[in-house]
Ligand binder design. Structure first.
Ligand code: ADP
Ligand code: MG
Length: 484
């Protein structure tokens, strides 16, 4: 049965704030560091003391251009900063330096997957530079709100999407792509839980097929991707319920509560701030030359999209493998390190996605802490490809041994442990013969046609030879011996 909810479609636009990993703040030399003791990174500019002057951090501009180029945006060449005025205890100056009319990037898109897995480009309206406010802490003192100004003046990029997102799952996928992108670009660590990436969701609903958007509500305070998804689902339902019961939606800012999974009113349109934007008189307008943009373009790190392209077309890997390998930048860089030294890309992918990832998961470490260098993984791949070691021996014995001895070569370790495939077949024949004779019953059954006993003997022989026998050779010798 069709439910009332199926009559409607949702329209969602996201505003994502990313805290930049610059060394110093946006408009002064105070350290930009998460987790310092409260109110220690606060010079006169961060405190907004009278007579102080801001100075723009070049890296904020560079990072913004890097992100703009990565999403195919237009980079604004003439721009200025604006003041956004409001009063709040964690905003010492009484205004935020931001960009209103002349955002540093406009246009471009972020590619995501829709609910059914098909590709979709979400258009980006703008990216602008601004500064963070300090932090009000309400839960540490029973009487007072405490203020930590370490965050005041930390550079932010705000990424505003067009209202083109259709579901909470799409919003989730969009955030995941944005996070992957800023991490690849090394401009933000993308941690929603710590607040270095934050998202406000604008949500409205309208009858399916309608061309006129409904009135929207903006939801804040979701501190994980999962909570963004929950907040959107709740908000869509809330709005439809109101409309279905004869009410109408008015523009509001609402706050998400993670415990109840619901949103509640923060302020309505009537209480909206009048920010009295005007050009920031203390900072010069900016002019960015094409040469400057090109110089940043030349130093762009690899991006997930281009690596995915390369892995599926040039390397002949499946989309599944390519997606898996590009999920995290550090994994992709490790795989890059291997694939520069071998053409057996499928084996390289299998090593990274198999043994290496399970080792990382098991130890709960990052690939950057993985002890074996990419070129050593290539050594293992080559030993296998050259028929010098059996793949299962490489995975089960050599790999763990290399982790214990990361400075030794794969061949050295295999040699020392007797894992290299014996090329001397008389020795192997002797070993096989003795194992066949030690198991007369199984040998009889094999002789009378029970082919599956080859597997039994293979196991015994592998064990006895400590994995150094070549399975093809073993099969050949066994059939020769039983035919005699
Ligand atoms: P504001 O400055 O009030 O936040 P913007 O015009 O910058 O308003 O829009 C903010 C966000 O709201 C954008 O991401 C945009 O896509 C989204 N948005 C605009 N209209 C709607 C709507 N009717 N439904 C859902 N989202 C919307
Ligand atoms: Mg807004």
């Amino acid at each position: 049965m069709e439910s009332v909810y199926d009559k409607y479609e949702a329209v969602i636009g996201l505003e994502v704030h990313t805290q930049l990993v610059t060394k110093s703040k946006a408009y002064c030399s105070d350290i930009n560091e998460f987790g310092s003791r409260p109110n220690t990174n606060i010079g006169p500019v961060s405190l907004g003391l009278p007579g102080t002057l801001p100075k723009a951090n070049t890296n904020t501009i560079n990072f913004a251009i890097r992100l703009g180029l990565a999403i195919g945006a237009r980079i604004t060449t003439k721009m200025h900063y604006d003041r956004k005025n409001y009063f709040y205890p964690d905003l010492p100056k009484g205004y935020q330096i931001t960009q209103d009319r002349t955002p540093i990037c406009t246009g471009g898109y972020v590619s995501i997957k829709t609910d059914d897995g098909s590709p979709k480009d979400v258009a980006i309206t703008r990216i602008h530079m601004e500064e963070d406010a300090g932090k009000s802490i309400h839960d540490q003192d029973i009487y007072d709100t405490l203020v930590d100004l370490n965050r005041a003046g930390v550079p932010l990029l705000e990424i505003v999407s067009e209202p083109e997102i259709k579901s909470s799952k799409e919003a989730y996928n969009y955030l995941q792509e944005v996070r992957k992108l800023v991490r690849y670009l090394d401009i933000c660590d993308g941690n929603l839980e710590e607040g270095s990436m934050r998202c406000d969701a604008n949500i409205s609903v309208m009858l399916k097929g309608s061309t006129e958007f409904g009135e929207r509500c903006e939801v804040k305070n979701m501190n994980s991707m999962r909570n963004v998804q929950r907040a959107i689902d709740h908000e869509i339902k809330r709005q439809i319920d109101i409309i279905e019961s004869g009410g109408s939606i008015s523009m509001q800012t609402r706050s998400f509560d993670a415990v109840s999974g619901t949103t509640s009113l923060m302020r309505s349109k009537e209480e909206a701030h009048d920010y009295r934007y005007f050009p920031e008189p203390d900072l010069q307008p900016l002019e960015i030359s094409q040469e400057y943009i090109s110089s940043i373009e030349k130093k762009m790190p690899p991006l997930p999209k281009s690596l995915f392209e390369k892995y599926t077309t040039q390397f002949g890997l499946s989309e599944y493998d390519a997606l898996n390998l590009t999920e995290s930048k550090d994994i992709a860089l490790f795989f890059e390190g291997i694939s520069e030294l071998t053409k057996n890309y499928k084996a390289a992918a299998n090593w990274v996605m198999g043994s290496i990832k399970s080792y990382l998961n098991q130890k709960a470490i990052d690939i950057t802490e993985f002890p074996i260098a990419p070129k050593k993984i290539v050594e293992i791949i080559e030993l296998v490809d050259n028929g010098k070691i059996v793949n299962s021996t490489a995975e089960q014995r050599l790999f763990p041994e290399m982790i214990r001895n990361p400075e030794k070569s794969a061949e050295e370790l295999s040699e020392a442990n007797g894992w290299l495939i014996q090329t001397d077949s008389s020795e192997l024949t002797e070993l096989i013969n003795s194992i066949l004779n030690e198991n007369p019953n199984e040998l009889e059954r094999l002789k009378s046609g029970e082919k599956k006993l080859i597997g039994f003997f293979m196991g015994q022989i592998m064990k006895a030879s400590r994995g150094s026998a070549n399975p093809k050779e073993v099969t050949k010798i066994i059939s020769e011996l039983i035919e005699q």
